[in-house]
Design a protein around this ligand. Sequence first.
Ligand SMILES: Cc1ncc(COP(=O)(O)O)c(C=O)c1O
Length: 401
Amino acid sequence: MPGTELFGAEEKKEINDVLETGILFRYNHDAQRNNIWKAREFENEVKKLLGAKYAHAVSSGSTAVACALASAGIGAGDEVIVPPFTFIASVEAVLFVGALPVFAEIDETLCLSAKGIKAAITPKTKAVLLVHMCGGMAQMDEILAVCKEHNLTLVEDAGQAFAASYKGTSVGLMGQTGCYSFDFFKIATAGEGGVMVTNDEQTYKNADCYSDHGHSHVGNNRGMEPHPLLGFNYRIGELSAAIGLAQTRKVPFILEKNREHKKILTDILSKVPGLSFSKLPDPSGDSATFLNLFLPDTESAKRVIDEFNKAGVAGFNYWFLNMYHFINQWDHLKELKVAAKLPIHLLGAPQDYKNLHLPKSQEVVGRLISFGIRCTWTGEEVKALANKIAGCVTKAMAVQA
Ligand SMILES: Cc1ncc(COP(=O)(O)O)c(C=O)c1O
């Protein structure tokens, strides 16, 4: 949780700016706010960091995904290809914009593969919701080629990969829209918050309207201006934006430290027989918020987790823990249980969610063990952790031999 590790005077200063004016709302009140516009500043900082033309801050990563889908024109009845390994929010966002999630296989990048996407395309497929999982990035060249060939809109959920990049472009900026989470557990936090990005002006305008009841924010008198679209309240408040702003400024430092620590870990662990790492199509663009280890198979991953538990090492496997990040834990989705019906209930599910055949994803997630990387660790702490992990893995693998 790197962002939360670095709370300090910078966050307090930004929050105090807002409290001194008392204007917690991101729009209007020009006379009272003493030129304090934290949501705008937060968006500008994100644009600068990522190289985005447009950024729009919203209330959460989940609403950023919904905003990214809706503003790209994805809605009722559209099939959207999604991964079975993501936080459930990605799938919920597809459902709640009225679209129909179609699950496809991931690969060793922990993200959807081009092959998986191709196999899931039907005449109703409108978009791919690509989730850049666990700090890294998908195999972009192949995925962009499939999207182009089949005329699919690419929406990127980079909720876990803020500031990661692929061949010099920030993840989130390779499709029509991208989004990031600033919840409490992310590389930079706003407490709760999210940001949607795009390089397309109309898509940005759609997002700006959609996230605030259709207000177009033209001129400086929100509420009295034209309302081109229906929307809803996905707004971010000035206090959250103030924290997000201070935290975004710290991201270059966080990246540097995380990458330093991940290098120490991988240098030591690459010598351990039986261990390998998740695939990074552009290692230099890794946000390095996670160390993602592969064991040869699910059985050895289980034994390693047992050794970690005995040794007090905090690695986690998404398959055995009820982490809410893998389809094996989503019984409510398989039963389509909701408080009130969605378009999917009227149109029917595009796949039999209870009996999906996703052997590659099961195999990949079954032998994956992840660690969160902290930016405040000392070099000695990182080395001690690497040696502990190595010891546990060696012990667990010896049982097999
Ligand atoms: C990939 C991904 N997308 C979306 C979200 C939702 O973000 P939030 O918790 O800010 O709503 C998360 C949160 O963990 C996530 O990991």
